[in-house]
Design a protein around this ligand. Structure first.
Ligand SMILES: O=P(O)(O)OC[C@H]1O[C@H](O[C@H]2O[C@H](CO)[C@@H](O)[C@H](O)[C@H]2O)[C@H](O)[C@@H](O)[C@@H]1O
Length: 342
Protein backbone atom coordinates (compact mmCIF):
# COMPACT_ATOMS: atom_id res chain seq x y z
CA UNK A 1 0.00 0.00 0.00
CA UNK A 2 2.68 2.45 1.06
CA UNK A 3 4.65 1.81 -2.08
CA UNK A 4 1.60 2.41 -4.25
CA UNK A 5 0.83 5.81 -2.77
CA UNK A 6 4.38 7.03 -3.05
CA UNK A 7 4.71 5.72 -6.55
CA UNK A 8 1.65 7.80 -7.30
CA UNK A 9 3.10 10.91 -5.72
CA UNK A 10 6.58 10.31 -7.00
CA UNK A 11 8.29 9.30 -3.76
CA UNK A 12 9.27 6.01 -2.20
CA UNK A 13 8.63 5.22 1.47
CA UNK A 14 11.65 5.64 3.69
CA UNK A 15 12.92 2.79 5.80
CA UNK A 16 15.16 5.00 7.89
CA UNK A 17 14.96 4.94 11.65
CA UNK A 18 14.78 8.26 13.39
CA UNK A 19 16.09 7.40 16.82
CA UNK A 20 18.80 9.60 18.22
CA UNK A 21 21.12 6.86 19.40
CA UNK A 22 24.48 7.37 21.06
CA UNK A 23 27.27 8.69 18.87
CA UNK A 24 28.86 5.72 17.16
CA UNK A 25 31.94 7.45 15.88
CA UNK A 26 34.82 9.52 17.15
CA UNK A 27 35.87 12.68 15.37
CA UNK A 28 39.60 12.50 15.36
CA UNK A 29 40.63 12.62 11.73
CA UNK A 30 41.97 16.18 11.70
CA UNK A 31 42.23 17.04 15.34
CA UNK A 32 38.48 17.49 15.77
CA UNK A 33 36.15 16.29 18.45
CA UNK A 34 35.96 13.05 20.38
CA UNK A 35 32.37 12.55 21.54
CA UNK A 36 32.08 8.87 22.38
CA UNK A 37 32.25 8.19 26.09
CA UNK A 38 31.61 4.45 26.06
CA UNK A 39 32.19 1.66 23.57
CA UNK A 40 29.30 1.15 21.15
CA UNK A 41 28.84 -1.55 18.56
CA UNK A 42 29.55 -0.01 15.15
CA UNK A 43 27.81 -1.61 12.23
CA UNK A 44 29.71 -2.19 9.03
CA UNK A 45 27.13 -0.42 6.85
CA UNK A 46 27.47 2.69 8.90
CA UNK A 47 31.26 2.61 8.67
CA UNK A 48 31.09 2.29 4.86
CA UNK A 49 28.51 5.08 4.70
CA UNK A 50 30.66 7.35 6.87
CA UNK A 51 33.59 6.73 4.55
CA UNK A 52 31.49 8.24 1.74
CA UNK A 53 29.96 11.00 3.88
CA UNK A 54 32.63 11.85 6.45
CA UNK A 55 31.83 13.69 9.63
CA UNK A 56 31.82 17.46 9.11
CA UNK A 57 33.43 17.74 12.55
CA UNK A 58 36.32 15.41 11.71
CA UNK A 59 36.68 17.10 8.34
CA UNK A 60 36.36 20.65 9.65
CA UNK A 61 39.95 21.75 8.91
CA UNK A 62 39.82 20.36 5.39
CA UNK A 63 36.45 21.99 4.72
CA UNK A 64 37.48 25.35 6.06
CA UNK A 65 40.66 25.39 4.00
CA UNK A 66 38.34 25.85 0.99
CA UNK A 67 36.87 29.02 2.50
CA UNK A 68 39.82 31.30 1.78
CA UNK A 69 38.65 34.45 0.01
CA UNK A 70 35.05 33.26 -0.03
CA UNK A 71 31.95 34.43 1.80
CA UNK A 72 30.48 31.60 3.86
CA UNK A 73 26.66 31.55 3.83
CA UNK A 74 24.93 29.15 6.23
CA UNK A 75 21.61 27.42 5.49
CA UNK A 76 19.89 25.35 8.16
CA UNK A 77 16.86 23.11 8.25
CA UNK A 78 14.83 23.24 11.48
CA UNK A 79 13.22 19.94 12.60
CA UNK A 80 15.76 17.19 13.14
CA UNK A 81 18.61 19.64 12.56
CA UNK A 82 18.24 22.46 15.09
CA UNK A 83 15.75 20.60 17.28
CA UNK A 84 15.52 16.87 17.92
CA UNK A 85 12.60 14.95 16.40
CA UNK A 86 9.89 14.73 19.07
CA UNK A 87 6.48 13.10 19.05
CA UNK A 88 4.46 16.34 19.27
CA UNK A 89 5.29 18.77 16.43
CA UNK A 90 4.09 21.66 18.61
CA UNK A 91 6.84 20.87 21.12
CA UNK A 92 9.87 20.81 18.83
CA UNK A 93 11.66 23.48 20.84
CA UNK A 94 15.29 24.31 20.28
CA UNK A 95 17.59 24.47 23.29
CA UNK A 96 19.00 27.78 24.53
CA UNK A 97 22.47 26.47 23.69
CA UNK A 98 21.43 25.76 20.10
CA UNK A 99 19.84 29.21 19.88
CA UNK A 100 23.12 30.75 21.08
CA UNK A 101 25.04 28.74 18.46
CA UNK A 102 22.69 29.93 15.69
CA UNK A 103 22.88 33.52 16.96
CA UNK A 104 26.71 33.39 16.96
CA UNK A 105 26.90 31.93 13.47
CA UNK A 106 24.44 34.53 12.13
CA UNK A 107 26.61 37.28 13.59
CA UNK A 108 29.55 35.88 11.60
CA UNK A 109 27.96 34.86 8.31
CA UNK A 110 24.64 35.42 6.52
CA UNK A 111 22.40 32.65 7.85
CA UNK A 112 18.99 31.38 6.75
CA UNK A 113 16.67 28.71 8.09
CA UNK A 114 14.73 26.84 5.39
CA UNK A 115 11.91 24.72 6.83
CA UNK A 116 8.79 22.82 5.88
CA UNK A 117 6.95 24.67 8.64
CA UNK A 118 5.27 28.00 8.15
CA UNK A 119 7.72 30.89 8.32
CA UNK A 120 5.90 32.35 11.34
CA UNK A 121 6.08 29.04 13.23
CA UNK A 122 9.82 28.65 12.68
CA UNK A 123 10.36 32.22 13.88
CA UNK A 124 8.30 31.43 17.00
CA UNK A 125 10.68 28.55 17.77
CA UNK A 126 13.93 30.29 16.84
CA UNK A 127 13.20 33.89 17.94
CA UNK A 128 16.30 35.39 16.31
CA UNK A 129 16.18 38.54 14.20
CA UNK A 130 19.66 38.03 12.84
CA UNK A 131 18.53 35.12 10.64
CA UNK A 132 16.59 35.00 7.34
CA UNK A 133 13.62 32.63 7.28
CA UNK A 134 12.12 30.55 4.52
CA UNK A 135 9.00 28.57 5.44
CA UNK A 136 6.65 26.13 3.67
CA UNK A 137 9.58 24.27 2.04
CA UNK A 138 10.91 27.52 0.59
CA UNK A 139 7.57 28.91 -0.67
CA UNK A 140 7.65 31.85 1.78
CA UNK A 141 11.02 33.56 2.13
CA UNK A 142 12.04 36.75 3.86
CA UNK A 143 15.42 37.85 2.59
CA UNK A 144 17.62 40.87 1.98
CA UNK A 145 16.29 43.84 0.03
CA UNK A 146 18.80 43.44 -2.79
CA UNK A 147 17.43 43.24 -6.36
CA UNK A 148 16.91 39.74 -7.72
CA UNK A 149 16.67 39.91 -11.50
CA UNK A 150 15.81 36.26 -12.09
CA UNK A 151 12.58 36.23 -10.06
CA UNK A 152 9.03 37.39 -10.71
CA UNK A 153 8.55 40.75 -8.99
CA UNK A 154 4.80 40.21 -8.68
CA UNK A 155 5.49 37.61 -5.97
CA UNK A 156 7.78 39.93 -4.03
CA UNK A 157 6.71 42.52 -1.50
CA UNK A 158 8.62 44.93 0.69
CA UNK A 159 8.59 44.47 4.42
CA UNK A 160 10.19 46.46 7.25
CA UNK A 161 11.32 45.41 10.70
CA UNK A 162 10.76 47.46 13.88
CA UNK A 163 13.90 49.47 13.20
CA UNK A 164 12.80 50.34 9.67
CA UNK A 165 15.19 47.93 7.94
CA UNK A 166 13.86 46.75 4.60
CA UNK A 167 13.43 43.11 3.58
CA UNK A 168 11.77 41.38 0.65
CA UNK A 169 9.16 38.68 1.17
CA UNK A 170 9.01 36.28 -1.80
CA UNK A 171 6.00 33.96 -2.10
CA UNK A 172 6.03 32.20 -5.49
CA UNK A 173 2.90 30.16 -4.61
CA UNK A 174 0.92 33.17 -3.41
CA UNK A 175 -1.90 32.45 -5.89
CA UNK A 176 -2.42 29.05 -4.24
CA UNK A 177 -3.38 30.42 -0.82
CA UNK A 178 -7.18 30.09 -1.23
CA UNK A 179 -6.74 26.57 -2.64
CA UNK A 180 -4.45 25.55 0.26
CA UNK A 181 -7.17 26.67 2.69
CA UNK A 182 -9.72 24.46 0.87
CA UNK A 183 -7.28 21.54 0.93
CA UNK A 184 -6.89 22.05 4.67
CA UNK A 185 -10.64 21.76 5.22
CA UNK A 186 -10.86 18.74 2.94
CA UNK A 187 -7.93 16.83 4.45
CA UNK A 188 -9.34 17.42 7.96
CA UNK A 189 -12.73 16.09 6.90
CA UNK A 190 -11.27 13.07 5.12
CA UNK A 191 -9.03 12.05 8.01
CA UNK A 192 -11.08 13.01 11.09
CA UNK A 193 -12.24 9.46 11.69
CA UNK A 194 -8.69 8.09 11.77
CA UNK A 195 -7.34 8.14 15.32
CA UNK A 196 -3.92 9.75 15.81
CA UNK A 197 -3.78 11.87 12.63
CA UNK A 198 -2.64 15.46 13.16
CA UNK A 199 -2.92 18.06 10.41
CA UNK A 200 -0.50 20.97 10.52
CA UNK A 201 -1.22 24.13 8.56
CA UNK A 202 2.11 25.31 7.18
CA UNK A 203 0.44 28.18 5.28
CA UNK A 204 1.56 27.31 1.71
CA UNK A 205 1.56 23.57 2.34
CA UNK A 206 0.07 21.05 4.74
CA UNK A 207 1.56 18.31 6.90
CA UNK A 208 -0.43 15.15 7.60
CA UNK A 209 1.33 13.64 10.62
CA UNK A 210 0.89 9.91 11.17
CA UNK A 211 3.39 9.30 14.00
CA UNK A 212 0.48 8.41 16.30
CA UNK A 213 -1.61 6.47 13.77
CA UNK A 214 -1.89 2.72 14.40
CA UNK A 215 -0.27 0.53 11.74
CA UNK A 216 -3.64 -0.98 10.84
CA UNK A 217 -5.10 2.50 10.12
CA UNK A 218 -2.20 3.78 8.07
CA UNK A 219 -3.38 2.30 4.79
CA UNK A 220 -6.70 4.12 5.10
CA UNK A 221 -4.96 7.42 5.72
CA UNK A 222 -2.69 6.90 2.76
CA UNK A 223 -5.65 6.06 0.54
CA UNK A 224 -7.48 9.26 1.59
CA UNK A 225 -4.47 11.44 0.82
CA UNK A 226 -3.95 9.64 -2.48
CA UNK A 227 -7.58 10.16 -3.51
CA UNK A 228 -7.44 13.80 -2.55
CA UNK A 229 -4.28 14.42 -4.56
CA UNK A 230 -5.81 12.61 -7.55
CA UNK A 231 -8.75 15.06 -7.39
CA UNK A 232 -6.44 18.09 -7.13
CA UNK A 233 -3.67 17.83 -9.74
CA UNK A 234 -2.54 21.35 -8.83
CA UNK A 235 -1.14 19.80 -5.64
CA UNK A 236 1.35 17.01 -5.09
CA UNK A 237 2.59 14.94 -2.19
CA UNK A 238 6.02 14.52 -0.68
CA UNK A 239 7.11 12.65 2.37
CA UNK A 240 9.12 13.42 5.48
CA UNK A 241 9.58 11.70 8.81
CA UNK A 242 6.20 10.11 9.66
CA UNK A 243 4.53 12.89 7.71
CA UNK A 244 2.82 13.22 4.33
CA UNK A 245 3.18 16.69 2.90
CA UNK A 246 0.70 18.30 0.50
CA UNK A 247 2.30 21.00 -1.61
CA UNK A 248 1.30 23.23 -4.54
CA UNK A 249 2.51 21.84 -7.86
CA UNK A 250 4.90 24.57 -8.81
CA UNK A 251 8.53 23.91 -9.54
CA UNK A 252 9.87 25.24 -6.30
CA UNK A 253 11.60 23.53 -3.40
CA UNK A 254 14.22 24.13 -0.73
CA UNK A 255 16.92 24.11 -3.43
CA UNK A 256 15.17 26.95 -5.27
CA UNK A 257 14.87 28.89 -2.00
CA UNK A 258 18.60 28.44 -1.46
CA UNK A 259 19.35 29.80 -4.96
CA UNK A 260 16.94 32.69 -4.41
CA UNK A 261 18.57 33.64 -1.10
CA UNK A 262 22.07 33.43 -2.58
CA UNK A 263 21.03 35.77 -5.39
CA UNK A 264 19.33 38.18 -3.00
CA UNK A 265 22.53 38.23 -0.94
CA UNK A 266 24.44 39.23 -4.07
CA UNK A 267 25.93 35.82 -4.91
CA UNK A 268 24.25 34.98 -8.20
CA UNK A 269 26.66 32.76 -10.15
CA UNK A 270 29.45 33.88 -7.90
CA UNK A 271 32.62 31.93 -7.35
CA UNK A 272 33.30 33.91 -4.18
CA UNK A 273 30.70 32.20 -2.05
CA UNK A 274 30.83 29.06 0.04
CA UNK A 275 27.31 27.94 0.98
CA UNK A 276 26.93 25.37 3.75
CA UNK A 277 23.56 23.60 3.97
CA UNK A 278 22.74 21.35 6.95
CA UNK A 279 19.56 19.26 6.93
CA UNK A 280 18.18 15.88 7.92
CA UNK A 281 15.14 15.24 5.76
CA UNK A 282 14.27 14.12 2.24
CA UNK A 283 13.23 17.64 1.27
CA UNK A 284 16.73 18.86 2.14
CA UNK A 285 18.06 16.67 -0.67
CA UNK A 286 16.77 19.29 -3.13
CA UNK A 287 19.15 21.81 -1.58
CA UNK A 288 22.01 19.32 -1.45
CA UNK A 289 21.45 18.68 -5.16
CA UNK A 290 21.68 22.39 -5.98
CA UNK A 291 25.04 22.67 -4.21
CA UNK A 292 26.33 19.57 -5.97
CA UNK A 293 25.18 20.90 -9.35
CA UNK A 294 26.74 24.31 -8.73
CA UNK A 295 29.88 22.54 -7.57
CA UNK A 296 30.16 24.86 -4.63
CA UNK A 297 29.89 24.66 -0.87
CA UNK A 298 29.16 21.83 1.48
CA UNK A 299 25.91 19.85 1.73
CA UNK A 300 25.81 18.18 5.17
CA UNK A 301 23.26 15.55 6.17
CA UNK A 302 22.20 14.99 9.77
CA UNK A 303 21.72 11.26 10.21
CA UNK A 304 22.59 8.50 12.63
CA UNK A 305 21.90 5.77 10.06
CA UNK A 306 23.15 5.17 6.50
CA UNK A 307 20.93 6.94 3.97
CA UNK A 308 20.88 7.60 0.24
CA UNK A 309 21.94 11.21 0.00
CA UNK A 310 23.50 13.86 -2.22
CA UNK A 311 25.25 15.30 0.86
CA UNK A 312 29.04 15.24 0.94
CA UNK A 313 29.44 15.34 4.71
CA UNK A 314 27.44 14.18 7.71
CA UNK A 315 26.66 15.03 11.29
CA UNK A 316 25.19 12.50 13.66
CA UNK A 317 22.45 14.51 15.38
CA UNK A 318 21.43 18.08 16.38
CA UNK A 319 23.99 18.08 19.16
CA UNK A 320 26.74 17.60 16.58
CA UNK A 321 25.12 20.35 14.49
CA UNK A 322 25.49 22.64 17.50
CA UNK A 323 29.19 21.67 17.89
CA UNK A 324 29.79 22.30 14.19
CA UNK A 325 28.12 25.73 14.28
CA UNK A 326 30.04 26.70 17.40
CA UNK A 327 33.32 25.66 15.82
CA UNK A 328 32.50 27.49 12.59
CA UNK A 329 31.58 30.71 14.37
CA UNK A 330 34.79 30.58 16.44
CA UNK A 331 36.71 30.19 13.21
CA UNK A 332 34.67 33.04 11.69
CA UNK A 333 35.36 35.43 14.53
CA UNK A 334 39.09 34.61 14.44
CA UNK A 335 39.49 34.68 10.68
CA UNK A 336 37.17 37.23 9.15
CA UNK A 337 38.06 40.90 9.56
CA UNK A 338 34.50 42.20 9.68
CA UNK A 339 31.80 40.13 11.32
CA UNK A 340 28.50 39.96 9.46
CA UNK A 341 25.93 42.25 10.99
CA UNK A 342 22.49 42.38 9.44
O1 LIG B 1 11.92 21.14 6.93
P1 LIG B 1 11.80 20.87 8.39
O2 LIG B 1 12.06 22.07 9.23
O3 LIG B 1 12.65 19.70 8.81
O4 LIG B 1 10.27 20.46 8.59
C1 LIG B 1 9.81 19.17 8.17
C2 LIG B 1 8.61 18.80 8.99
O5 LIG B 1 9.03 18.97 10.36
C3 LIG B 1 8.05 18.80 11.37
O6 LIG B 1 7.70 17.43 11.48
C4 LIG B 1 8.79 16.61 11.89
O7 LIG B 1 9.21 16.99 13.22
C5 LIG B 1 8.20 16.82 14.24
C6 LIG B 1 8.79 17.37 15.54
O8 LIG B 1 10.01 16.78 15.86
C7 LIG B 1 7.84 15.34 14.34
O9 LIG B 1 6.84 15.15 15.35
C8 LIG B 1 7.29 14.88 12.97
O10 LIG B 1 7.00 13.49 13.01
C9 LIG B 1 8.33 15.16 11.89
O11 LIG B 1 7.81 14.86 10.60
C10 LIG B 1 6.84 19.66 11.09
O12 LIG B 1 5.87 19.42 12.09
C11 LIG B 1 6.31 19.42 9.69
O13 LIG B 1 5.23 20.30 9.44
C12 LIG B 1 7.42 19.71 8.69
O14 LIG B 1 6.95 19.46 7.38
Amino acid sequence: MATRLYDAIGMKPSSQTESMSKSKHDHVADGGYATTSEPVAVDQNYISWMAKHPSALSSFNRMISGAKGKQIVVFLDYDGTLSPIVSDPECAFMSDQMRAAVRDISNCFPTAIISGRSREKVYEFVKLDSVYYSGSHGLDTIGPALKTNSYDKSYQKRSFDNEGKEFIVFQPAHDFLPAVKKMLTEVKERTQSIPGVAIEDNRFCLSVHYRHVKDEDYGRLEEEVKLMLANHPDFHGTRGKKVLEIRPSIKWNKGDALKYLLESLGFHDSCNVLPIYIGDDRTDEDAFKVLRERGEGYPIIVSSTPRDTMALYSLHNPSEVQSFLTRLSRWGFDNTSVAHHQ
